[in-house]
Design a protein around this ligand. Structure first.
Ligand code: PLP
Length: 368
């Protein structure tokens, strides 16, 4: 027997190998210039990222969680307020809402798209509701037009959680350019990933962009002139230099992910699994390729035995986490989210994965 084929869930080393010289030069340049805090690399990255998203502004921050939190602060959302978001998301979405003193109000997901079920949003609105935070989960945009219409009708702010959706499009518009503002994460495994933590808010509103620049930098407009009690939440300059290099390849990498998703789609047609459904309005960027399998844990163990890494996004819904006992929600509150938490399975997906490895994932799943 030859060596068993190994398919990692993600492979960040494969990507670095393709652009190592450019990255090394960018890092060396920051260190040689010793402009470590903000400086030209952050400003140039912000300009390029805003252009990529089709917004007027991008403000670089220290994480995606900070981006969502500070975006809420920029709109003065705080104690006593409620923010509506999806029940199936990474816990950081809810935490950002909690950090400002507001209450996350969860809404169940749509059974086909796995994004917030727009038909359930209006029932969740109270006189305390200030914002809706749709999540473009797995890189597929939420159905934004109905969300914007509801927000308009009730006078609500819309902040997109775009942490998984760099480059995705909704009816031709980039994720992050549709609501009042959007939060992005540059966590290393995201479609645009730094070599550490990082994040950004995109917006077309100059007042919001200015407020975010103050919030991330001790509330100052110029050195030692503090307008508000801000934070230290700046995007690290080394990370900005790395992101500037990587942003040039993002469309290419997303196109590769799209081709891999298409290949999975064709191959897995004869495997007992629910495959991702892409609505007409969506051009996803496949941060994750997620299927649903009845015996998910059995399938996952079988894949692991055969060298295939997988993930679960997410195994325990937020409202059933001890951290959110305060919401007072029990099992049964969000039936779709709860059922799918037992079935969702994320298959290996990264731009550099080879067709051979995807075929291997398929044949291992087929024999289960
Ligand atoms: C990654 C992620 C975040 C948080 O981003 P960090 O950079 O890890 O703080 C928020 N929301 C979603 C949906 C994410 O996937």
């Amino acid at each position: 027997m030859g060596e068993k084929l190994q398919v990692p869930f993600v492979d960040l080393k494969a990507q670095r190998a393709t652009i190592k010289d450019e990255l090394d030069a960018a890092i060396e340049n920051v260190i040689a210039n010793t402009a470590f805090i903000l400086g030209p690399d952050v400003a140039k990255f912000e300009e390029a990222f805003a252009a990529f998203c089709g917004t007027k502004y991008a403000v670089g921050l220290d994480s995606g969680t900070s981006a969502l939190e500070l975006a809420l602060r920029a709109f003065d959302i705080g104690p006593g307020d409620e923010v509506i978001t999806a029940a199936n998301t990474y816990i950081a979405t809810a935490l950002a809402i909690s950090y400002v003193g507001a209450t996350p109000v969860l809404v169940d997901i749509h059974p086909e798209t796995y994004n917030i079920n727009v038909d359930l949003i209006e029932d969740a609105i109270t006189e305390r509701t200030k914002a809706i935070m749709p999540v473009h989960l797995y890189g597929q945009p939420a159905d934004m037009d109905p969300i914007l219409a509801i927000a308009d009708k009730h006078g609500l702010i819309v902040i997109e959680d775009s942490a998984q959706a760099h480059g995705a499009r909704y009816k031709g518009k980039r994720a992050g350019s549709i609501g009042h503002a959007a939060g992005f994460s540059f966590y290393p495994a995201k479609n645009l990933g730094a070599y550490g933590d990082g994040g950004a808010v995109t917006t077309n509103d100059p007042t919001v962009a200015d407020k975010l620049r103050m919030l991330r930098d001790y509330g100052q407009t110029k050195k030692y002139h503090h307008q508000i009690q801000g934070f230290n939440r700046r995007l690290d300059t080394l990370q900005a230099a790395i992101l500037r290099v990587k942003l040039q390849y993002l469309d290419e990498w997303n196109a590769a992910r799209r081709a891999h998703a298409q290949r999975y789609h064709e191959l897995l047609a004869d495997v007992e699994a629910h495959l991702p459904v892409v609505p007409d309005f969506a051009e996803p960027v496949w941060h994750l390729y997620v299927v649903r399998v009845e015996d998910r844990d059995g399938m996952r163990a079988h894949l692991a035995e055969n060298g295939v890494g997988t993930g679960i996004h997410y195994p325990i819904p937020i409202h059933l986490q001890p951290a959110y006992a305060e919401l007072g929600l029990k099992e049964g509150a969000f039936p779709v989210t709860e059922e799918y938490a037992k079935q969702l399975l994320s298959l290996p997906m990264y731009p550099e994965i080879s067709p051979e490895l995807i075929e291997h994932v398929y044949s291992v799943m087929k024999e289960f």
